[in-house]
Each structure stands twice: as structure tokens, then as C-alpha cells.
Design a protein around this ligand. Structure first.
Ligand code: ZN
Ligand code: ZN
Length: 219
């Protein structure tokens, strides 16, 4: 069983920089064969009620839609998953990066460094001592050489690599994704797999997913 999840998506409901209508995002994610998607708006976590309403409205009631948020620290951005709504909104922007990871873990969540090698938005040397659950090595917002640098960083630090589209436009949904080799049916399953390092990036996710869908869903 391989579960493909896009870990990093923005919609226009809470990320003004995104042009993606939430309903279209869900339909697109399901259509291209993603097994799940995680909305990661900037400093905003969707409520469970909103997620449930959205999959209904999109006509994909069985699609696994989850949410975390993208957090801007004093140095570098994080993808944060598995916090309660209250805890998520309690995170003031701009905290020291190392304390972000500690607090997320203390609250039972998981934390991935987003686009760690993106020009002008990278981390400093503190990234080496943070107990990150993953390092995003591929997204629409990492150029090819930045992806290579990120892969080098992940392997040097011995931190698992992940991938997500960071889509802000509909056609980028699922452009990159992460694969899990265990059933993921809830945020709890997802966070446990992240904390356990049991995942890897899918290269060229969108193309592969389309191929998989075309030959019939073999899950
Ligand atoms: Zn954005
Ligand atoms: Zn993003």
C-alpha cells in the first residue's frame, strides 16, 4: 500500500497569495490520484468542520483532507501538523526557529522545514541542531539547484526528506508529493508516520499519479 499525499497547499480562502478555490483544489487532488491532501495556509489552520464541509461541497466526501499551517519563524518557514486549533492559533509569528520545533513536539505535532534552501528564505546554521521531522526538498517554489541543495542538507543532517507542491495555482496541485507505505486515515496516523520518519518524496508526482489513475486505481 502506497499512500501519496501533497503536504503543502494554499487556497484563496485563507492565503491571499493563492488563487486556488478550495473546492477546485479538492476535486483536482482527487482527480489526479492523490490519496490525501493537507492544506497549509499561512498562519491559519482550518477547522475540522470546515474540512468536512469542503469535501462534501466538492463532491468528494471520501477524500482524506487534512490541515496544518505554514509558520514563519524568525529564520525560516515551517510546515506544522497535528496541533489543536487553539494551539495552532496560539503560535505568534516570528518565534526563534529552534523553539518552534520544541513547542510543536511538546504539543504532540510534527514539524517540517519548508523550502529550506529557497533564496532569501533559508534557515541559518541552527537548522542542524533542531529536531526536525522532515526537510522539504521539492516544491514548486524550489528551483532545481535549490532542490539539490535541500536534498544534500537532508542527507547531511540525516533528516528524512519530504515533498509537497506549495501550490498557489490550481495546475500545481500534486506537482510534488510524499509517499507513505502504511495506511494513513487520520491526522493521528499522519503525524505518527511523520514523527517516525516513515516517508519519502515521490519524484514527478503529478505525472506518475496521472499514470496510476489511467491504468486503474490498484490500491
Ligand atoms: Zn503563499
Ligand atoms: Zn507555502
Amino acid at each position: 500500500m502506497s499512500i501519496c499525499i501533497d503536504l503543502h497547499l494554499h487556497t484563496n480562502r485563507y492565503s491571499p497569495c493563492s488563487s486556488i478555490e478550495p473546492e477546485q483544489m479538492v476535486r483536482q487532488a482527487a482527480n489526479i490520484g492523490l490519496d490525501a491532501a493537507v492544506i497549509t495556509e499561512h498562519h491559519h489552520q482550518w477547522s475540522e468542520e470546515e474540512l468536512a464541509a469542503l469535501v462534501e461541497e466538492a463532491g468528494e466526501p471520501n477524500f482524506l483532507l487534512m490541515t496544518g499551517f505554514e509558520y514563519c519563524s524568525a529564520q525560516g518557514d515551517f510546515l506544522i501538523y497535528g496541533l489543536t486549533e487553539g494551539a495552532a492559533f496560539g503560535f505568534e509569528p516570528g518565534l526563534a526557529p529552534e523553539s518552534v520545533v520544541e513547542q510543536v513536539h511538546w504539543l504532540g505535532g510534527a514539524c517540517i522545514a519548508a523550502h529550506p534552501t529557497r533564496a532569501g528564505m533559508s534557515f541559518d546554521e541552527r537548522i542542524a541542531s533542531m529536531r526536525l521531522d522532515g526537510i522539504e526538498v521539492q516544491s514548486i517554489n524550489l528551483k532545481e539547484h535549490e532542490q539539490r541543495l535541500a536534498m544534500g542538507l537532508a542527507s547531511n543532517l540525516n533528516i528524512p526528506a519530504s515533498a509537497g507542491s506549495d501550490a498557489h495555482q490550481l495546475q500545481h496541485v500534486g506537482a510534488y508529493a510524499t509517499v507513505f507505505e502504511e495506511p494513513i486515515q487520520s491526522m493521528a496516523d499522519f503525524v505518527a508516520a511523520l514523527r517516525g520518519g516513515r516517508f519519502r518524496p515521490v519524484d514527478g508526482a503529478a505525472a506518475r499519479l496521472r499514470g496510476r489513475k489511467a491504468v486503474g486505481d490498484s490500491r
